[in-house]
Design a protein around this ligand. Structure first.
Ligand code: IPE
Ligand code: IPE
Ligand code: MG
Length: 242
């Protein structure tokens, strides 16, 4: 790449925001404080995506499996989610951020759900950045539900099994109509997907940093983007030269 070329940017960045608990332990604070500081990082990363012109950002905020944490931690997270959505809505409007959500949203407490629905509805015409919150999200559950809906269509005689293609299945996922992520970042050093976007990440580039989510800053994002721009994405084909 010559210096006058602008670096290749991901069109869709997906993040596993991990390490809030360890950050809190390191600072001798309760876990909820780690999540609170993690919320500040969310805003920082949204602003950086706007600045850099990355049009899609999907954030793993709460997994299906996270319901298994203590009632205290779950309620602190739900309270923070509601507060975040309520307080940040005017800023999202001002910055033209459109909010989406994926996951088993009916599992969320009613007050969170209402705040989320309001945020999604009121930002639907914003165009600068799409922020997708993965909430009560689990990829295996998502794919299973998609398979079940296709089976129901077959049973009703509306679909032939031979007509089921990857594209048709993708249309049944929560992410229908969204581009697949190009880059996955996981913070806090864990080398696993934790049931996140298993289908959609098939050809994403993966970047793992030891930095804990509350500490993730501009330099860390820029390091991830620099790594992404140097990758050669082959999608199973041969190299472009040689
Ligand atoms: C990520 O931080 C946030 C959520 C899963 C909601 P963790 O709470 O998993 O933090 P660690 O992994 O315990 O450090
Ligand atoms: C993944 O992190 C879920 C979110 C970041 C919301 P976890 O901390 O729940 O994942 P594991 O338990 O380390 O795999
Ligand atoms: Mg974790």
């Amino acid at each position: 790449m010559s210096s006058k070329d602008s670096p290749k940017l991901p069109q869709h960045l997906a993040i596993i925001m991990d390490g809030n608990g360890r950050w809190a332990a390191r600072h001798r604070l309760p876990r909820a404080k780690g999540h609170e500081h993690g919320g500040k990082t969310v805003q920082r990363v949204i602003d950086l995506c706007l600045e850099k012109g990355i049009p899609w950002l999907t954030l793993y905020a709460f997994s299906t499996e996270n319901w298994g944490r203590s009632a205290l931690e779950v309620s602190a997270l739900m309270h923070m989610l509601k507060k975040y959505l309520r307080e940040r809505l005017p800023e999202m409007q001002e910055k033209q951020v459109r909010m989406h959500a994926i996951g088993e949203l009916h599992m969320l407490p009613a007050d969170c759900r209402e705040e989320l629905d309001r945020c999604i509805r009121e930002t639907q015409h914003n165009r600068a950045l799409n922020v997708v919150l993965a909430l009560s999200y689990g990829s295996r559950q998502e794919i299973t539900a998609a398979a079940r809906r296709l089976a129901e269509q077959v049973q009703a005689g509306q679909l032939q099994p031979a007509d089921i293609t990857p594209e048709l299945l993708a249309q049944q996922l929560y992410t229908a109509g969204m581009p697949d992520p190009d880059l996955l970042i996981r913070t806090s050093g864990e080398l696993r997907l934790s049931n996140y976007l298993l289908w959609q990440l098939s050809y994403a580039e993966i970047y793992v940093t030891d930095v804990l989510w509350p500490d993730f800053d501009r330099d860390d994002l820029e390091a991830a983007l620099a790594s992404y721009s140097s990758r050669e994405r082959r999608f199973g084909k041969r190299r472009s030269k040689g």
